[in-house]
Design a protein. Sequence first.
Lengths: 138, 378
Amino acid sequence: MKALRVVAGAAGVALMGVGVSLVTDVRDPLDVLVWLGGAVLLHDAVIAPFVLLAGWVLVRGGGRGPVRGALLVAGALTAVALPVLLRPGKTANASVLPLDYPRNWLIAVVTVAVVTVLWLGARGFGRGFGRGRRRPDA
Amino acid sequence: MKLRVFPPEFKGRLHDARTATSIGRWLGSAFAVCFVTGLFSHVMQHPPDWLADSIPSRPAWGYRLTQGLHVASGIAAIPLLLAKLWAVYPRLFGWPPVRSVTHALERLSIAVLVAGSLFELATGLLNTAQWYPWPFSFVPVHYAVAWLVVGALLLHLAVKAPEIRAHWTRRSPGTLALPVQDGPDRRSFLAVVGAGVGAVTLTTVGQSFTPLKDLVLFAPRRPDKGPQGLPVNRTAAAARVGGITAEEYRLVVAGPRPYTLTLAELRALPQHEVELPIACVEGWSASARWTGVRVLDLLAGAGAPAHARVRVESLEPRGGYRVSELGREHAHDPLTLLALRVNGEELHPDHGYPARLIAPNRPGVLQTKWVGRLEVLA
């Protein structure tokens, strides 16, 4: 096991070496470095604190499971939709970005909200039905 | 009680090794698929000389599958990466920040892994929308950083192996040592992470998996939107080949016995119909019925040897993909056509009128349009 770990670790370092040598081959490696650092900075200093704060404020109490689910799924859909929603400028032709993306985003978010409300409703109904049986705290 | 500002305190649950391991397994699998399919695509587009003749032309749907998987696994990895980073975020503020040289190196490798992972997913997703806000060229940099990420990931797995093993299942010793009351909450969290992955997949995968095309909400393409029901990347206008007429068109076949054909002569040759996908590197793909002359027959007319490679040249005056090469397998596959028609109609100028290459198991950018010359290479 130990030997396998050492070999895997060494292989990892070697592959990183390949990556570094390929990065230094591009015309301006410094630009790449700036974007790599920028990605970490954007995540660690902006996105992650924002998500943690949103979770701290919104995800609490009895309905925290479904609320967290709704925020997470809607957030994932929004993250994936950002490029098609925000891309500036004219596209190469009419078959690139052919859909009404803001409308689609609304459809997605409304669907997530409806499913969450149904989920909360079904849970409330189930709990009312099983009154007297104490649910373990989540 | 005073709230400490730095280093911050994290009172929320689930920032634990079992949550990180559970998500990490899925994220690692997605990255593995993404890396292998990406490597495959790279080799297809830039084959090293020793490999060029052994790239198989079958299965015909090969590149469609691998590139569809490349983009789908990358998209699936977006919620997984964000959830994984959420789970381990408090470790960023571990105190003291550095305990030893080894610890410093490990943190550095994590920084590379996080930076590279975010970078790859972000640049890849933006590329599918043809949005390039960065100053460098996308393909070589996306390729280079992929190696950096895979190396850092392997190193990370080697370093964390004991912890991963201790939290691999619900009943692993490390998992059992965690507070029991977190179990249901963790399962609920992992289930919604799974739901997030399902949601982003369902709303994008129809761009290549056509049975789900009606569910496409956020993909940059729909496989049935475009002239003649097929998407287009480079239009005839952009390639400056808008005005080719049937009368002036000539196909030059250069080889041991070179010859030239008019469009009428090309149409008079035996026509074959094949069902082949056009599969773009950006992830979308669509199948179509193509009709035209077998490249095999055109080569035979020029006296090409059986092992010959072929250079395919477009009539467009310039462009990164003006010329492509067919390796031995592709050049001699009976499915490889110089197509004149698609889905029963004459090719639209944006699809390469008067004639385009269509070959099995081949990236879309190499399916050269507006073909004016085939050259037999030794």
